[in-house]
Design a binder for this molecule. Structure first.
Ligand code: SF4
Ligand code: SF4
Length: 474
């Protein structure tokens, strides 16, 4: 077998043979009570699990042990993230794309979708609309098209976004989800001040990958799979990985996803900053019935729980593809970031629900609530919606961030930052009902700031925010 997590060669760190052997091992130990109990026990100290161990948990059909796994996931979530949920919004810059991904309506052969690329003036208008909702953290999305969306366009757009200051609004962190590119371009993105570089693998199964991506630059499996290595070489040390569950059997991609995380840790000393867990869903020109591997809720929720157990310090992201009830479930089990009030069409925040805009959307949004409704809902569930972007602005990225997270010291930053940014949101954007709920939650959650001095400074800052001060952070 050619498996080597430290190798920079895709086929060696995502070894097909190792994934097959993992699935076989997991099936052979399906209900091996002794082994599963020992894994749950060991994982309870937040040291994580390997892809093989996590795959054994995924196979388990014993109800009492599955319940223990869910309980452990909830405990780890609470210990590492408290009640905080980080909020963000996607911003679609352009749906021009030269690739041929069979599951995405932006594929080059789709002639029914209107193509659109935002001008810098349109970006300013979108950003103002996002700021007026209260967003501080964006995920930029663009198709791959060297002619329409060259790296210069992306860099210019990032500059534009950071430059917009409308009332008390500001976008303080721009994460970027664009196609795999060169080390040189990653360096340019880093210099432009991006937060996380996000790229979904879609599926780790090379054969399936090549069938789903028949043409275009993305058809090169190795180029795509080794993208995070190049991003790290280009100086981006916060990277976000993910698969599109449903393109391949979930067991395969679940193991591949964790192997990718292990590879980044082995090769660069820092695992992924985030893992996204999208599922295939309906869109223009795309019918989910064509995807026989679509993942049912029960399995999906279990995967979220086990990812939480396997990589406790890696943020987990869910989008508005998921319904309200599914989101509610996975928030308890491990998801730490959600989007709110999202539009997945180009120009969606200004044009709203206009038909034209809906037709440029990448996927159907299942959760259509406004950001204020999502914030109120989270508060009612006992969460603290956080608009914090402090870490990368304070230079806490990569292994600096991870070592703080692993020692638990990050709680002295996350909790006060969450409460201060929530207070900003409440002052500037919330409806009266959300404001009422939010102030109650802040009063309660101040108690859980571990360090007394930090708590005192946070209290003073909350008063300053009430008096018009903004952008305090630890
Ligand atoms: Fe293009 Fe990305 Fe859609 Fe593929 S998934 S067609 S690369 S926008
Ligand atoms: Fe994220 Fe850092 Fe803010 Fe915590 S302090 S919520 S880790 S940006």
């Amino acid at each position: 077998m050619n498996y080597n997590p430290q190798s920079k060669v895709a086929e060696e760190f995502i070894s097909h043979e190792e994934i097959l052997a993992t699935m076989e091992y997991a099936a052979a130990n399906r209900d091996n009570r002794e082994l599963i109990e020992s894994l749950i026990e060991r994982a309870s100290d937040c040291k994580g699990l390997t892809h093989r161990e996590a795959s054994v948990l995924l196979e388990c059909t014993l109800p009492d042990l599955n319940e223990r796994m869910f309980r452990l996931a909830r405990e780890i979530k609470q210990k590492v993230y408290g009640n905080r949920i980080v909020m963000f919004a996607p911003l679609y810059l352009s749906n021009y794309c030269v690739n041929s991904c069979t599951y995405c309506p932006y594929h080059i052969a789709n002639k029914t979708i209107p193509r659109k690329k935002l001008t810098q003036e349109e970006i300013v208008r979108e950003v103002i609309a996002l700021q007026d909702m209260g967003h501080k953290r964006l995920a930029l999305e663009a198709g791959e098209d060297p002619l329409h969306n060259p790296i210069e366009y992306i860099l210019e757009s990032i500059k534009t976004i950071y430059s917009v200051k409308h009332r008390n609004g500001a976008i303080r962190r721009v994460n970027v989800n664009i196609a795999a590119t060169t080390v040189e371009n990653y360096r340019k993105l880093k210099d432009a001040g991006i937060g996380t570089y996000i790229l979904f693998q879609e599926t780790y199964n090379r054969e399936r990958y090549e069938r789903l991506h028949p043409r275009g630059p993305k058809s090169n499996y190795a180029w795509h799979t080794e993208a995070m290595d190049r991003a790290m070489e280009g100086g981006i040390d916060d990277v976000g990985i993910g698969v599109l569950f449903g393109l391949e059997g979930y067991r395969y991609d679940f193991a591949g996803l964790l192997m990718h995380a292990e590879h980044l840790e082995a090769a660069f000393g820092v695992g992924p900053h985030t893992i996204s867990v999208p599922r295939i869903c309906p869109a223009d020109d795309i019918d989910v019935a064509d995807f026989k591997d679509a993942v049912p809720d029960e399995i999906f929720h279990k995967m979220v729980a086990i990812i939480r157990i396997a990589v406790p310090y890696t943020g987990m992201i869910i989008s508005t593809r998921e319904s309200k009830s599914s989101r509610e479930k996975v928030l308890r089990l491990g998801v730490s970031q959600i989007s709110g009030g999202s539009h997945t069409g180009v120009g969606g925040y200004v044009d709203g629900e206009e038909e034209q805009n809906e037709r440029t959307a990448q996927f159907d949004v299942s959760d259509r609530r406004t950001l204020d409704e999502i914030v109120a809902w989270l508060l009612q569930l006992g969460y603290v919606p956080s608009f914090c972007t402090a870490c990368y602005r304070e230079g806490r990225t990569g292994d600096r961030f991870m070592s703080l997270a692993k020692t638990g010291q990050i709680a002295n930053c996350c909790q006060p930052n969450a409460l201060m940014t929530l207070k900003e949101y409440l002052m500037d954007y919330a409806s009266p009902e959300t404001l009422r709920l939010g102030l109650k939650v802040i009063a309660r959650e101040m108690e859980s700031i571990p360090h007394p001095k930090v708590r005192r400074i946070a209290e003073e800052n909350l008063v300053r925010i009430e008096n018009g001060g903004r952008d305090f952070r630890f």
